[in-house]
Design a protein around this ligand. Structure first.
Ligand SMILES: [Zn+2]
Length: 177
């Protein structure tokens, strides 16, 4: 069952999903229980009641991607906050399509875009370091770049990769939500 243009198979809507820069084949297992997904080496198993609407699927996927980000972000935040010598107040994840993250230096609150679940973990890590660096310097000036270079020597290469179109895989992704 494929998900070709203009078609939406309610029983198996996304044949492949991207997660952290990798494409996974999706196995759908009909279930009457609550929706859940488990990530394996190359495949993602999804337990799901059949015949759900596109909106229900999207809500489920948004929660799935958020859970995946929540599994990696706290450790990255701890590591990079220590390295930069900053103390963030907390973080949240939301749908943002124009930016990967935001940081309010006054409240020290950081927001990450759900579409970070699309890119490889070193790129997620760069965004974490970038937003934390804003706790030291609000603008993208020479001081900001100096602080970034000091903390993460290859950050420019990660930016190039992040901005390269190839990073957006041709499959259903968190950025589509
Ligand atoms: Zn910035």
């Amino acid at each position: 069952m494929s998900n070709t243009a203009g078609q939406f198979d309610v029983a198996a809507p996304y044949p492949r999903l991207s997660l952290f820069g990798k494409v996974y084949e999706v196995d759908y297992i009909p279930s009457r229980r609550a929706k859940s997904a488990a990530v394996g080496t190359d495949r993602i198993a999804v337990l799901f009641p059949p015949s759900e609407t596109a909106e229900v699927w999207k809500t489920f996927l948004a929660r799935f991607y958020k859970e995946q980000l929540d599994a990696v972000l706290p450790a990255m935040l701890t590591t990079w906050a220590e390295r930069l010598g900053v103390n963030p107040a907390g973080y949240g994840i939301k749908r943002m399509h124009t930016r990967w993250g935001t940081c309010n230096p006054y409240t020290r609150q950081i927001w990450f875009s759900l579409m970070l679940a699309d890119v490889a973990l070193p790129l997620v890590e760069y965004i974490v370091a970038h937003e934390l660096c804003h706790l030291l310097e609000a603008s993208h000036n020479a001081r900001f770049r100096f602080l970034m270079s000091n903390a993460m020597h290859d950050w420019r290469a990660r930016v190039r990769e992040l901005n390269h179109p190839a990073v957006r895989l041709d499959v259903y992704t968190a950025a589509s939500l």
